[in-house]
Design a protein around this ligand. Structure first.
Ligand code: SAM
Ligand code: SF4
Length: 337
């Protein structure tokens, strides 16, 4: 992040409910080297290259957002680190007056963590659902735990400000590992957030209602072993954080089902084909690719569209796990989770 006077600018992006949008999550690819069971179907159709924004177009959109007062950019996907040329984009984004973050599955970090740090990435979120090789494989279908653990160590060695682990917890699949995952986070000096599965995209691998594991159930499991202290810590996201008296690691919960966080929502997302999504759990969107390609290089036109798009942001999401056809047909890898 490069600091200048803009970094304190107030955002010009305000929605109909008075929420200020200061955070953009950019999906830089829909592709991934993993096939996590909650995120993708086993066989996926990925976008043809012509429909995907170029690195230049991605940077252009990020710049427009920052000029409007956005102060936090997260690169996600799919797996952002498998996008060809990603380091070039990171280098450019690293010069903007905004915090730069990446959410990754960790598979490429062993070789890339030091470069990401050098090029200006401030923080990393690394997904880790299991510490057992066979279970990790079943959950990610194609992932290798040892590769991710090496990636986590490389990220720690690179000296990132704060690294957070993300674990999606599914009952009967990895809920028995919650305490082990906390112990791992404590040993490594990392934060960890447990996420309730969201019904994005149609999957057949499991019944989402059956494996639903609420954050409250997890808390009951954790408290006798690690007495968590409720905290008001915020990292600008939907996580509710707890601290522990004997460790710097924080334990967070993202609970889209059990604790709705929409009233504090400060973010929007853009899919890699340039669709601006105003809400994770709704289809309200604007086609920015069309705007960019109809007005090449005209950042003012793009900014006007972004300001106008705020009127489309819905008040909140409604997820229904019992609904057999998901309301949201796009998968998480398309959404930029
Ligand atoms: N590939 C990267 C990764 O896995 O960290 C970034 C993209 S991934 C879509 C971002 C986050 O979304 C991951 O932490 C993943 O566990 C989470 N995720 C994916 N599908 C989800 C779902 N259906 N419900 C809740 N979280 C999900
Ligand atoms: Fe890939 Fe991340 Fe989705 Fe897993 S959660 S399939 S790593 S995009």
């Amino acid at each position: 992040m490069q600091i200048n006077q803009n970094s304190n600018a107030t955002t010009q992006l305000v929605d109909r409910f008075g929420r200020r949008v200061e955070y953009i999550r950019l999906s830089v690819t829909d592709r991934c080297d993993f096939r996590c069971v909650y995120c993708m179907a086993e066989e996926m159709q990925f976008l043809p290259r012509s429909e995907v924004l170029s690195l230049e177009e991605l940077y252009f959109v990020a710049r427009a957002f920052v000029e409007l007062g956005v102060n936090k950019i997260r690169l996600t996907g799919g797996e952002p680190l498998v996008r060809r040329g990603i380091l070039t984009l990171v280098e450019q984004l690293g010069q903007l007056p905004a915090e730069l973050l990446i959410t990754t599955n960790g598979s490429q970090l062993a070789g890339m963590a030091a470069d990401l740090k050098r090029l200006g990435v401030d923080r990393l979120n690394i997904s880790l659902d299991s510490l057992q090789e066979d279970k990790f494989k079943r959950l990610t279908r194609t992932g290798r735990l040892s590769q991710v653990l090496a990636g986590i160590d490389a990220a720690i060695a690179a000296g990132f400000k704060r690294i957070k682990l993300n674990a999606v917890v599914l009952k009967g699949r990895n809920d028995d590992e919650v305490l082990d995952l906390i112990a791992f986070a404590r040993t490594k000096g990392l934060d960890i957030t447990f996420i309730e599965e969201m019904p994005l995209g149609a999957i057949t691998e499991h019944d989402r209602a059956e494996v639903y594991c609420s954050s409250d159930e997890l808390l009951q499991m954790i408290m006798p072993v690690y007495p968590l202290i409720d905290s008001a810590d915020k990292t600008g996201g939907p996580s509710h954080y707890y601290r522990m008296s004997d460790s710097d690691s924080r334990v967070g919960f993202i609970s889209p089902h059990s604790h709705n966080f929409c009233s504090e929502c400060n973010r929007v997302r853009m899919t890699v084909e340039g669709r601006l999504l105003l809400c994770l759990g709704n289809e309200h969107s604007m086609d920015l690719r069309q705007v960019i390609r109809d007005h090449p290089g005209d950042i003012e036109v793009l900014k006007q569209h972004l300001i106008r798009a705020m009127d489309l942001k819905p008040e909140q999401h409604y997820f229904d796990l019992d609904d057999e056809t998901p309301q949201i047909v796009r998968f998480m890898n398309m959404t930029g989770g």
